[in-house]
Write a new protein. Structure first.
Length: 155
């Protein structure tokens, strides 16, 4: 049985990316016409790494930056989200190995300022880390959001 790849290996994987492709088929029904950039995992991680303490970014902001960088109409919502998730787990893997300069994944929010419960440690850990940086986190139904996250967006 082959050895399972570590999160950091998954982050470094995908030499075939980034790639810009036309929006077509079922994708065009939702996203219209133009092109979509399928980023590399490292590109997503690099954007997440640049978010300073006290600031946040949304996954949609990451997609917008990627699209602009590659001259595409949109950034792929599926792969960008998956690669952010991989970056988060790779950061925790690095922490477990004693590294301290990790990707601050807790600063990457879903749309609307929502915490991503699938990140390592779930909402409880994200809430703790964000509050330690001065953010107020509140429940909105079953979701948890950063209050007034728009004013803390990394531009």
């Amino acid at each position: 049985m082959p050895k399972r790849k570590s999160w950091r290996e998954k982050l470094a994987d995908r030499p075939d990316l980034p790639r810009v492709v036309p929006i077509d088929g079922k994708m065009s029904q939702r996203w219209g016409t133009g092109t979509v950039v399928i980023p590399s995992p490292r590109e997503v991680d690099a954007i997440m790494k640049r978010v300073p303490r006290g600031k946040v970014i949304t996954i949609n902001d990451i997609r917008t930056r990627l699209a602009k960088k590659h001259g595409a109409t949109i950034g792929c919502p599926i792969t960008t989200g998956i690669f952010a998730w991989i970056a988060a787990h790779a950061a925790e893997e690095s922490t477990a190995d004693g590294e301290t300069n990790i990707t601050p994944y807790w600063r990457t929010l879903k749309s609307g300022g929502e915490l991503n419960p699938r990140y390592p440690g779930g909402v409880a850990r994200l809430k703790q880390l964000l509050q330690a940086e001065g953010h107020e986190v509140v429940a909105k139904g079953k979701r948890w959001i950063v209050v007034d996250y728009e004013q803390y967006l990394c531009r």
